[in-house]
Every structure is written in C-alpha cells, then in structure tokens.
Ligand binder design. Sequence first.
Ligand SMILES: Cc1ncc(C[n+]2csc(CCOP(=O)(O)OP(=O)(O)O)c2C)c(N)n1
Length: 385
Amino acid sequence: MIPAASFIAAAGQAGIGFFTGVPCSFLTPLINRTLSDRSLNYVGAASEGEAVAIAAGAWLAGRGTAMMCQNSGLGNAVNPLTSLNYPFRIPTLLIVTWRGQPGLKDEPQHVLMGQITQRLLDVIEVPNAPFPTTADALAPALEQARASMNATGLPYALVMEKDSLAEESLDQAVRPPPAPGQRTDVQSHGDRPTRLAILERVLANVPGDAPIIVTTGKAGRELFTLADREQHLYQVGSMGCASPMGLGVALTTGRRTIVLDGDGAALMKLGSLATIGAYQPAGLLHVILDNGVHDSTGGQATVSPVVDFAGVALACGYAHAFVCDSVEGFAAAFSHALSTTGPCLVHVRIRPGSLEKLGRPTIAPHEVAQRFRSFLRQAAERAGS
Ligand SMILES: Cc1ncc(C[n+]2csc(CCOP(=O)(O)OP(=O)(O)O)c2C)c(N)n1
C-alpha cells in the first residue's frame, strides 16, 4: 500500500501532471488526492471514452497525461483507444482498476471483465503491468511506463488491485454554478446551406492562430479538401470525441480552440457538453454542423430534429449558444462567438450531402498529431505562455 501523494510525485517525475478519468472505489485515494491538490486540476469526465479524448487534447497541447478508470470503463474507452490514440500515436498513462480479479469476491457484473482485463489490454495493444504497491516499486514502474510511451507513442496501463493505496480524505472544491448563458437565434428558415459553404465561412473567419478539431466522416474530408493546414486535426475515428479533445486543448492552452462537430457525433457523446459547461474553458467554440443525418454512412436520420442543442448547451453551462440555418446567419453567429469568452456553441442547421469529389486526408494521422502539437507549441511560444 502506498500513499497517493507518492504515486503523484513519481508520476510528476515521469512528466505526467494532467489527470482525468471516472472514479472507481479502488481508485478513491488517488482521485481524492488529485481533487484535493488544487495544483493538479483533475478533470472529472462523464465517460471513460470522453476522458481518453480529454487527455489526448491535453497531450496535443503539451502535457503528460494519466486517465484513471474502473476496468468496466475500459469498455467505454476502447473506441478512442483504438481509433484515436493508436492511429494518432497519442500516449496516456491508463490507471485501470482490477475489479473482479479472479480469487477476489466481487459483484457479478465485474466477473467477466475481471477475467479479461489484461487480455483486453493486450488485444488492443496497450502494454500493461501491475500498479506498484510498494514505495520501492514506484519509480521503476513509472520509468517503465514513460520509456514505453516514449518508444511507441502509445498508451500504457497500470492495472490496480484492491487496496493498493492508503486511504485519503477528500477536500474537493465546490464548483460554482456558471452564470446563465445567453441564447441568440438567427434562423431565417429558408434553404439550408451545404456543409461546404459553412466550412468555407469558418476558414474565411477563423483566427490564423486557432486550432480546429474536426469530427469523423465527411466533415473532416471536406475541410481537408478545402484546405490542409497545420492547425487542423482531422479526427478520422473516435466518433464524438472532437469536443472532449477540444476541452483538453482549451483547458491546457487557455486559448481559442474551435471544434467542428456533427449532430450524430455530438449525440454520441452528449455528456461532453456537461463536462465542457462545468469546466468552462474560456476559448472553446463548439460548432455543430447539423444535417439531421449520419451523412457519412449513407444518410440515416439522427434524432437531432427533436434536439435543441443550444438549449442543451445552455442548460449545461455554456456561456453563449447560437442557432442559425444560413451562411449569413452562421457568419454573424461565428464572428460574434469569436468575440465572446466562455464555452460557446454555434448550432447550424445544414442540408445533407457533400462534395462529389471528396478527398481524404493524405497525411497519416500520427503526422497530423505531430504537426498539430508543434503548431500549438509554436502558438504558445508566440503568445509568450
Ligand atoms: C464509434 C463509431 N460508430 C460508428 C461509426 C461509423 N460512422 C462514421 S461517420 C458516422 C456518421 C457521423 O454522423 P454525423 O456526426 O452526424 O456527421 P455526418 O456524417 O452527418 O457529417 C458514423 C455512424 C464510427 N466511425 N465510430
């Protein structure tokens, strides 16, 4: 059994200082410590997949990260681990508990995952080792994790048994409710614009030093076809992870960060809006390109026509939410949003369909990640932060 503070200090030595995740009772001391230590800014996520994406954003912005979760939550994390961290070569230290460890009396819902935790990590090519439980084992375990992540660019997992950590009290900051946000509706109810026309507006108006994270599917392909720039991060997989990645970037840099989401993707991880509203990243501008369908997979309807995304965002604590349905309305909303502080949503209703000759990013995901990371580093240097 080790004190959580010793683990955090050793992680710091290995360059890891950004913590996110979803609790598990085995993790309580570590999460309590990261919450009680105000210098650590633990980000509590709504789901483990979202936490993986938040950590990925923080890593792209220059932080060494750890994502803590119960092994049952590994299931929620598999999609971004395989389709974001793996192709983009984004490392994070996973601290995964071992509920249902064979021989340990545990609840029925943990039995199967307890039997397969390490095998599941092996299958998704996440090297893993037991979480250290003695003071002597700490530094070598973290050095091993650091060396592995540096060598492969991939996540590394420490699997934590019950009672690995000494008890820790909880002194968490009370998060004040955000001030009520503002809603601006500039809908004209005429013909809806194409996604391409809106992306052209984004490119025309976006500040040159603002990163853009774009959701999976045709939105990223269209943006790439219009312009391929170092500040673009095309999320070729990890559906729903654009906004939590944007949260990780915006919280880490404190700067303007643009997320271009789809309605299907936003619905897939709607909990991320709540995390964004709670953590109030000052520069996050979240655009939902809502064509009412899963356009990229053949146009199957989403439930977005019955969803008031602006209302959801405001209920979650966004500072401002715009609704628009024309190029002019979007241009007005987007430039207004760029001048506001606090998380901001622009919900633009568009028509389905895309460019006939649609390209695909020809640059490999891991190159996109490296390019985006150095763009953020240079932007921070230029800003003197
Ligand atoms: C986890 C996951 N589920 C399903 C898919 C398949 N898929 C790729 S794009 C897409 C549709 C995305 O819809 P939306 O966000 O509305 O964007 P649009 O295609 O309309 O631009 C789907 C279902 C996927 N890539 N990942």
